[in-house]
Design a protein around this ligand. Structure first.
Ligand SMILES: NC(=O)c1ccc[n+]([C@@H]2O[C@H](COP(=O)([O-])OP(=O)(O)OC[C@H]3O[C@@H](n4cnc5c(N)ncnc54)[C@H](OP(=O)(O)O)[C@@H]3O)[C@@H](O)[C@H]2O)c1
Length: 264
């Protein structure tokens, strides 16, 4: 059973974890604001949520469009939960370094896109009245266990997720004084379109609906960071303590990931 929120906004709801989060949050009387870039997949998520009784509004939107994101979020009305979920990965598969374009695209979606979601949400929530529990609203950022280690197979992804996690956990301290709960969500491997391109074993691979329920429980509990599976988080932290030459050699064993979504 996940907590009930009257109004939830989720980016990247057209696929994977975003879709699973939207479906888990969908309930009679609840309102969902969902965005993504692929119209057909976004509408498929909306239909699944409406079938569970939720009122759904969709917006086809690039998270990198700062002005459009601010207008969407500030125009959505009261928001109990905002999830900055949209993200992409690239990588060094086939022995190639990430191109400049790939590197910038990953940072733009995973960092600028995340900030384009979380910053207007913070502003909007500060103006909202607190609920009976004293909370004005909750903001969750989907980071990753990949942010705990600089893996040579996905440099931009690891760095962007490290920054997303660090910013969220640090910002949570002052946000709490304003009655806003912020949570950094750090999953291991989840079965989605993003991991479908991985050509290496993925320990602890989890279904998206199970991952979404773990995330929502952590958000409801007011945790600042949710890491799962826990043992993978511990392993990543331990590898991160090694000298870079050693951790780099260890993490180079699996092949890198190939390209951006849609690239051959
Ligand atoms: N899967 C994993 O193992 C895993 C582990 C840790 C963290 N994560 C994180 O979880 C989040 C969701 O990823 P996923 O695994 O569910 O992958 P996914 O199935 O590929 O979904 C990614 C979602 O992000 C959206 N998106 C990407 N770039 C966007 C942009 N510029 N503007 C708007 N929407 C954009 C996509 O929209 P369109 O498809 O409509 O373009 C899609 O809805 C990401 O932040 C990812 O880094 C995933």
């Amino acid at each position: 059973m996940v907590a009930y929120y009257r109004s939830v906004l989720i980016t990247g709801a057209s696929s994977g974890l975003g879709r699973a989060l939207a479906v888990e949050c969908a309930a009679p009387g609840g309102g969902l604001h969902l965005s993504g870039r692929d119209v057909a997949r976004l509408e498929a998520t909306a239909a699944a949520c409406r079938a569970r009784g939720a009122a759904v509004q969709t917006r086809v939107l690039d998270v990198c469009d700062e002005a459009a994101m601010a207008a969407w979020i500030t125009g959505a009305g009261r928001l109990d939960l905002v999830v900055a979920n949209a993200g992409i990965s690239a990588g060094t598969g086939r022995g190639r370094a990430e191109s400049a374009a790939q590197t910038r695209a990953v940072f733009a979606a995973n960092l600028d896109g995340m900030l384009n979601t979380a910053l207007p949400a913070l502003t909007a929530m500060r103006a909202q009245a607190p609920g009976p529990d004293g909370v004005r609203g909750r903001i969750a950022v989907v980071a990753s266990i990949a942010g705990f280690v600089p893996a040579p197979g996905a440099p931009a992804y690891c760095a962007s997720k490290a920054a997303a996690d660090s910013w969220t956990v640090a910002a949570a301290q002052t946000a709490r004084r304003d009655g806003i709960v912020m949570t950094s969500l750090c999953p291991g491997y989840v079965r989605t379109a993003m991991t479908a391109r991985n050509r290496f074993p993925m320990p602890g691979l989890m279904e998206a609906d199970r991952a979404a329920r773990i995330m929502l429980r952590g958000i409801a509990a007011g945790r600042r960071r949710v890491v799962f599976p826990w043992w993978m988080g511990v392993a990543a932290r331990l590898v991160g303590l090694l000298p870079p030459r050693l951790s780099g050699a260890l993490l180079s064993i699996p092949p890198g990931k190939d390209g951006l979504p849609g690239e051959p």
